[in-house]
Write a protein that binds this ligand. Structure first.
Ligand code: GLU
Length: 477
């Protein structure tokens, strides 16, 4: 016990940021960016990075989504210090397992008279909202059940009506806080209707569980989507009523698609899984997300350590960021350039033919990587290098014919003598034909690859068996 207390105390003194996804779908880019920024903020401040799964809504939360979220975060390199798989004294980190903790706090609030049971049905609430809207007022809970007497409550319970628990918002208060992104914020409590903290089925509502978990998990800084900005005053009221510490909140501007609407499926791929399956590299996604809404003088592809140093909440923009896949491709190109031969082999994976000599594969990836962004771009070159001799189009045929048979006969002989050494092949072809420069290279390139453009020839030839090179050249001798 003493040991646990000490751990808890140390954990608390360090402070923490967190990522708190609801497992109701796949991890999309907006949430991945939120996770990244919280991760960087924690590392930058020497704090812990906590992962909490907000699965109180049992009907929409799926275990497979949680699995997917965890796998995506690991793939991105955003490993958490506390959370699923690394529980500690401040857990559990699935909200669905924290019911007893919430129940204690609900009792405390009931005891203080800070909450009350509300028996209004969904229909009644909808009718009140529409009446308020047609009267030109912002819809909020009209307070129907706020002042019910104990006997009125008992009657409703006896009639079998289910009750939610509502927070009694104090009147005449100004709620102020400084947002890490948007600066000073001020809300009037009179604009906030009493809100539900416990659903009729007994589960904790988002406002509540999210706020009290931050406090109990020692979270000191929270970066989250701007859609939560107006939730913050409610959450501050809950924490205040319970005498719990509030984190500093920062609300991140949205990510928009090219058409200006919030990024979603309609804009094509939007989930991390989709980008991963298309062959995007995690470091490319991370570098691009880092620049979406965070200005930086660093224009190079940075590793996570360097991103930690470059991250600064003062550089977070207030305006929405626009997602542009062309920009992501630029980062991807940079990431692909940096792959080691072993990484490149893993990245191209199933595309590469089996049973090919590892040295040939390495020569192939060296040749091809500068020309590809996604694995699918390498497909054609796998076929050209490892497949049957490629046919030539009309232009290729003409160029090869004009170059003449002597050139190819000499080139094929050079292969028989010196193997797949481009310099030797070129020297022999030059001597036999008197050609040089493009006049010499283009016909050779067409004969060897079927195309007039492509990756550097020397490493491409090192990827091919000598006999194959000789055969391709001899076709035109
Ligand atoms: N589960 C909430 C969401 O995914 C968390 C919001 C927050 O970060 O506070 O939107």
């Amino acid at each position: 016990m003493a040991e646990m207390d000490r751990t808890t105390a140390q954990t608390f003194t360090r402070g923490a940021t967190r990522f708190a996804p609801s497992p109701t779908g796949e991890l999309h880019l907006g949430n991945a960016r939120t996770a990244l920024f919280n991760f960087l903020l924690a590392r930058r401040a020497g704090e812990r990075f906590v992962l909490r799964i907000e699965d109180t809504d049992a009907s929409r939360s799926l275990a497979e989504h949680t699995e997917g979220l965890l796998a995506d975060l690991v793939w991105l390199g955003l490993e958490w210090d506390a959370g699923p798989g690394c529980e500690d004294a401040l857990g559990p980190y699935h909200q669905s397992q924290r019911g007893a903790f919430y129940a204690r706090l609900f009792s405390q609030l009931e005891h203080q008279g800070a909450v009350y049971p509300c028996f209004c049905t969904a229909l009644e609430l909808a009718a009140a909202r529409s009446a308020q809207r047609s009267a030109g007022r912002a819809p909020r809970y009209p307070g129907t059940c706020r002042e019910l007497t104990e006997s009125e409550r008992s009657q409703r319970r006896a009639a079998g009506l289910a009750a939610t628990l509502r927070f009694r918002v104090p009147s005449g208060r100004r709620i102020e806080f400084t947002d890490l992104v948007h600066g000073a914020q001020s809300f009037l409590s009179d604009d906030i209707g009493d809100f539900v903290v416990r659903r009729a089925d007994g589960s904790a509502a988002f406002f509540f569980s999210n706020a009290v978990d931050d406090a109990s998990m020692g979270v000191t800084q929270v970066l989250r989507g701007e859609d939560h900005l107006t939730n913050t005053p409610r959450q501050l009221l809950i924490l205040e009523a319970l005498g719990l510490p509030a984190p500093r909140y920062g609300h991140l501007a949205l990510i928009l698609g090219a058409d200006g609407s919030p990024l979603s499926k309609r804009h094509g791929a939007a989930s991390v899984r989709e980008f991963r399956e298309r062959g995007y590299r995690p470091e490319a996604l991370i570098n691009y997300l880092f620049r979406l809404g965070h200005s930086s003088p660093e224009h190079d592809l940075l590793g996570l350590e360097a991103l930690v140093h470059a991250f600064d909440t003062h550089h977070l923009g207030r305006a929405p960021a626009h997602f542009d896949e062309q920009q992501l491709r630029v980062w991807q190109k940079a990431a692909v350039h940096r792959l080691s031969p072993a990484q490149a082999r893993g990245w191209l994976g199933a595309l590469l033919p089996q049973n090919v000599d590892p040295a040939a594969v390495e020569a192939f990836t060296t040749a091809v990587l500068p020309n590809v962004v996604l694995p699918e771009d390498a497909q054609e070159w796998v076929r050209i290098v490892f497949g049957a001799p490629p046919p030539l189009d009309a232009e290729g045929e003409q160029i090869v014919r004009e170059a003449g048979a002597t050139l190819f006969a000499a080139a094929a002989r050079a292969v028989a003598v010196s193997g797949n050494d481009l310099a030797a092949i070129v020297a022999a072809a030059r001597q036999a034909s008197g050609r040089k420069g493009a006049q010499l290279y283009r016909p050779l390139r067409f004969a060897l690859t079927g195309l007039g453009h492509g990756p550097e020839l020397a490493p491409l030839l090192r990827a091919m068996p000598t006999g194959e090179i000789e055969r391709r050249l001899a076709r035109f001798a």
